[in-house]
Structures are given as structure tokens and as C-alpha cells.
Design a protein around this ligand. Structure first.
Ligand SMILES: [Zn+2]
Ligand SMILES: [Zn+2]
Length: 203
């Protein structure tokens, strides 16, 4: 952590919150001189203050530690680049199209890696009218089940949540234009299923 970087960031965030150095100092129970010192790059806040700083300034701890708030280019939510995140604690399913940080239950989640379906996660996909009709042999038990299926296209994502003890089949609407079908296993990760080539529709 470079002193000057965190100092500049602190000053910027403090001003965004409309706080004076004195107000921030009071909120942290430190002297205004301390805040002034940090902001001038002459030292760093004690690590024990970081949780309070993070709360008061409304930024993630990690951004404070890195002395950097993402000023990355906004990724124009291209669904092709959608990432899925599953919280190992509560099973919450989250998705993001940008590079943001995803947190759940106090942990930072890593995006699920998408792999081609292995034998255990191979599904049969049939086109049935406007839907994909998907059947599989994978277990649907509490400890090991297909948690969700997602159909992604460049402009949209459809997510179907599955539950243990339900049947090994599902229907998901077909999406046009380069759609992908992903299956999330509760134990083994995220797999991409093979889709049958789409029959040309009558013009
Ligand atoms: Zn969670
Ligand atoms: Zn599995």
C-alpha cells in the first residue's frame, strides 16, 4: 500500500461524503492531524481503523488497501461476458457482466469457471417449440445437484433455478443469436452444454 495513493483516495472519498478532515477524524476517534497526515501521504491509517473507514466512506476494504477505486472503463454489460458466482455458504446465485466485486456472506466470490460438460454433466438438449427441453442423468440430491441452468445470448440471460429432489429435466426458452447453455452443478462447477443446431425457421 503506497502512502500517497491511499492518501489521495481518502481525501477524494472524504470530500465525496461531504466531510471535513475534522468530521472524519471525529468519526474515527483520531486527531484531525492524523487525517491530514494520511491525506498528505505522510503515513497510513492503522489497520484497526480500516473497517470503520470502509464503512464511513462507503467503499470496500480491499479498495482502501489497494489505494485504488476501480475507474475502469465501464463494460457495456455484454451478456456474452456474463459471469456467475455462487456463494459457498448460502448457495446464493449472482451474476455480473462487468468487472465488479461480488460479495456474499462476507466473502468475496470468484466467478465460476465455465468448462465443457464432462461425462457426468452431459445433458440431452432437444428443441421443443420455443424451448430447449433438457434432460440429464445427473443426481438431484441435496449434496449434489444441478443448481441452475442459464441460457445466455448477447442481449439477455435466462436463468432457471433447480432444486434437489426435483426431476432431472427442465425447459428453458431458446434465445436467438449465439446462445449458450450453461449448467451449474452444486458440487462440480459450471458446465457448458452442447446445443443442437437451430433449425431455420420458416421465413
Ligand atoms: Zn452467501
Ligand atoms: Zn455434478
Amino acid at each position: 500500500m503506497e502512502n500517497c495513493e491511499i492518501g489521495t483516495l481518502l481525501a477524494r472519498l472524504r470530500k465525496e461524503q461531504g466531510m471535513t478532515q475534522r468530521q472524519l477524524a471525529e468519526a474515527l476517534r483520531v486527531s484531525p492531524q492524523a487525517v491530514s497526515k494520511w491525506e498528505r501521504g505522510k503515513g497510513c491509517p492503522d489497520i484497526s481503523l480500516l473497517p470503520s473507514l470502509s464503512r464511513i466512506l462507503g467503499v470496500a476494504l480491499e479498495s482502501l488497501l489497494l489505494g485504488d477505486l476501480a475507474t475502469k472503463e465501464t463494460e457495456v454489460g455484454n451478456m456474452k461476458r456474463i459471469k456467475f458466482y455462487v456463494c459457498p455458504d448460502c448457495g446464493n446465485l449472482l451474476s455480473a457482466t462487468g468487472g465488479g466485486e461480488i460479495h456474499c456472506c462476507g466473502r468475496r466470490l470468484e466467478p465460476c469457471l465455465i468448462r465443457p460438460a464432462d461425462e457426468a454433466h452431459t445433458v440431452r438438449v432437444e428443441a421443443a417449440e420455443e424451448n430447449w427441453y433438457i434432460t440429464f442423468d445427473h443426481p438431484m440430491e441435496k449434496k449434489h445437484f444441478i443448481r441452475f441452468a442459464a441460457c445466455t445470448a448477447p442481449d439477455r440471460v435466462l436463468l432457471v433455478r433447480l432444486y434437489p429432489e426435483q426431476g432431472s429435466e427442465l425447459r428453458i426458452p431458446q434465445l436467438r443469436g449465439g446462445s449458450r447453455l450453461l449448467l451449474g452443478c452444486s458440487r462440480d462447477g459450471l458446465f457448458e452444454a452442447k446445443l443442437p443446431s437451430r433449425k431455420p425457421r420458416n421465413a
